[in-house]
Design a binder for this molecule. Structure first.
Ligand code: SF4
Length: 350
């Protein structure tokens, strides 16, 4: 369990973390990347943490990987690389670093460790889970294999190492349809996200896609009626949904794509107004790069992603606690599933 008071006492003994408008001013190059969504007062609070973390990163030869759903002070302030879970895991293999700090959720840190077993991977809060990853175990995969004998198992990267190890191949929301279409079987099992699977089933009608009944607690909250109401009250707004949303929400949207697909779409299209039907920080993290786009409307926060804070990142790097370990035999099998996905994606030119 997280001992926040003890952590704070430890940090305050070693670092001057008092809000500092002067320090904030001297770091305006970093602030410029988030000035549309972070107030100067908040930046004066964050700046001492950002400086301490960036100094410590150099000392530890560490690299920070920030998922698109991180808050802007993490995404723009301390992350060396931002992206979706797969982009970050691949980046973990490419960087010349001794330490990877995963600013995201636990399955992402596990994936980095699976792909980079010799690097130290730190998770600033071990309780940053994921409703999808928690919805299925390796036994669940075996149950699906019993129900659909001979059908290949395509598991979303939002799964534990054990589940990846028990699967045939992984997928992400950006390559799921192509990975499923490329399977040499009429029936394909998709786990654990029932909505991603249903969206893929619509796009790949030649396959009989069957699924596990997991869901993302952030994306399942949106309804098609929400989108219709929003469109009526805010005409001209482009509605952009993540494929973890239900199929009727995706059908109601103007575009659906993974977080990297959403960034590409908004960057290419530059709609006057956009509603991103996904986690709240997505819009915040791209707002400064796209000043011509007004991001509007409601969003839902992921309580797991929001467990990662500057304070926890500083503590993890300072004390080198929160090291993620994956059993070597499990990691070897899980790596095969992830590597098959990477190889197939490259072959298909995705
Ligand atoms: S947004 Fe959904 S899929 Fe992503 S970490 Fe949170 S619960 Fe998991």
């Amino acid at each position: 369990m997280f001992d926040l008071p003890a952590q704070r006492a430890h940090l305050s003994e070693k670092y001057d973390l008092a809000p500092s408008p002067e320090l904030a001013e001297s770091m305006s190059d970093i602030y410029d990347r988030m000035s549309r969504v972070v107030s100067p007062v908040d930046w004066a609070i964050y700046a001492p943490y950002v400086k301490a973390i960036n100094d410590l990163k150099a000392e530890r030869n560490a690299v920070i990987l920030g998922h698109n759903y991180m808050t802007p002070e993490i995404y723009h302030g301390i992350s060396d690389f931002g992206g979706d879970s797969l982009q970050l895991a691949i980046k973990a293999t490419e960087v010349e670093a001794d330490v990877i700090v995963q600013c995201g959720v636990h399955f992402m840190a596990e994936t980095s460790k699976i792909l980079s077993p010799r690097k130290t991977v730190l998770m600033p809060d071990m309780e940053a889970g994921c409703s999808l990853a928690e919805s299925i175990t390796a036994e669940g995969i075996e149950e699906m294999r019993r129900r659909y004998p001979g059908a290949p198992v395509v598991s979303y990267v939002n799964t534990t190492a054990e589940v990846k190890a028990a699967s045939d191949i992984c997928c992400t929301s950006s390559n799921a349809a192509q990975i499923v279409a490329a399977q040499d079987s009429d029936t394909v099992i998709m786990t654990p996200d029932q909505y991603l699977a249903q969206n893929v089933a619509r796009d790949v009608p030649q396959k009989n896609v069957v699924w596990w009944e997991g869901s993302c607690i952030v994306h399942e909250q949106y309804s098609a009626k929400d989108l219709r109401d929003f469109r009526e009250w805010n005409p001209g707004t482009r509605l952009i949904a993540h494929p973890e949303c239900t199929p009727d929400v995706v059908a109601e949207a103007d575009f659906s794509g993974s977080t990297s697909g959403i960034i590409k779409y908004v960057t290419d299209e530059k709609p006057e107004k956009a509603l991103l039907i996904t986690e709240c920080s997505m819009a915040s993290n791209i707002a400064d790069q796209l000043p011509e786009v007004e991001f509007v409307g409601p969003c839902n926060m992921c309580p797991y992603m929001k467990k990662i804070t500057l304070e926890k990142v500083l503590f993890a790097l300072d004390t080198m606690t929160g090291q993620v370990e994956v059993d070597a035999a499990v990691a070897d099998k899980a790596r095969l599933s992830v590597q098959r996905m990477i190889d197939l994606s490259r072959k298909l030119g995705i």
